[in-house]
Design a protein around this ligand. Sequence first.
Ligand code: NAD
Length: 478
Amino acid sequence: MSSTATAQHLINGEFVGDAVLERRNPARPGEVAVVSASGTRADAETAIAAAAAAQREWAAVPAPGRGAVLLRAADLLRERAGKVAEDLVREEGKTMAEASGEVGRAIGVLQFFGSLGWASTGTTYDSALPRTTVSTQRRPLGVVGLITPWNFPIAIPAWKTAPALLAGNAVVLKPSDLTPMSASHLAAALLDAGLPAGVLNVVHGTGSTVGEVLTHDDRIAALSFTGSTRVGRQIGRVLNERGARSQLEMGGKNGVLVVDDADPRRAAQVVAAGGFGLTGQACTATSRVYVTPGIRAAFLEELAAIAATYAPGDGLEQGTSMGVVASDAQLERNVTAVRTAVGSGATLLHGRPESDGLYFEPVIAVDVDHASPLAADEIFGPIIAVMDVPDYESGLAAINDSAYGLTAGICTTSLSHATDFADRAHAGVVKVNRATAGLDLHVPFGGIKDSSSGTFREQGHTATHFYSWEKTVYVGSD
Ligand code: NAD
């Protein structure tokens, strides 16, 4: 049964704005998944003003009280999880299992940061001065802006909003205009959990209107962005110019090195999970694989067999092993990249450079030139480029020869390869015998090079550091 959801802005505690923007279900082009409000510059400015007015009172709530709101929101989201996951599938196209996992992630994030309301945030030192103590305290920044992409439409808004609120800030969030509903569910859970009006505002709409205002408005003390490297760099320049703090988590081109001592079946499972899961639409997806000669044939045979088990389908249908591509623009990128690679000599071991609508089969391309766009650029599709390397050292060099540095992996049974790779791979996250995609919520996450501003890490308890500043206080007792 089709059901169109409605996503309005949340401004000053009220859901407002005419729902005028249609987002079709990518798996069912005839079905409107969501109609959403489309924010103007004035909407964004009103939201910032509401946040500025609400922030001090929120910061005055003791941290355990702020955390309690996040914990209650986690409970509400859990009660609503089925509906939230279904709406997520309708607007984004991933499978129900993936969407349920993502909603579970958002719940876990709220629980994690909610419970940190009880954790200490400062340190006490012995001063070098007599009868003096020194301590540090963390202070909120004020109003923070959050700009998020479409591929994790509830998890990313959650992992930015929760630490921002816990640290005592007020927030203006702009979700991707392709996936407005998931962020609206998050906002509704927080509002229903007792978050005061104005502390969290959500303004839907495009980057060139709402996003631009958040980037340029001096009332936004800090902006956390996740999305493409092109847009992130652009935003970062503006934030630097006006002396505001920015956190940019951007694209990836994540490589896995498969060496002779690996188990070919296990290696194929690791590579396929990283490359084809989430339809390859993850910043941490495996998209290039370097393989040494002794394992090449066995590994490729296993990988092709696994690829054949992934069939793109409607995420709402039971048994769908892979969701659809989220948009026509993304499909165009997938198809062009594969066509270009084939045109320059690559062979397709699985998949084809065309699709049935947004149903795009997983692709394994072999004999790919390391300098070609398929090997070097972020495509963001279920496409794995396989390249031959003579040995471990050249494989490691190829992994590191990338503009990006988000995740890097190795499949090996050798302790010395594992430890050496962990030491020398140039990426924010290194995975040994585990898929490049998939992260624990309680540990820091972020990239280097063109994948990140490299300033503050997201996730884990230190995520609150981006959203706060540290004050040092000396107290003398005489
Ligand atoms: P995108 O850069 O096109 O858009 C991201 C967000 O920025 C959207 O909300 C968009 O509306 C907004 N935006 C666009 N132009 C803007 C502007 N001029 N000013 C302000 N805001 C603007 O990215 P996308 O297509 O939504 O997402 C896919 C990208 O996100 C991929 O590159 C992927 O690797 C990256 N990503 C990174 C991570 C990470 O943690 N590193 C996680 C998920 C996705």
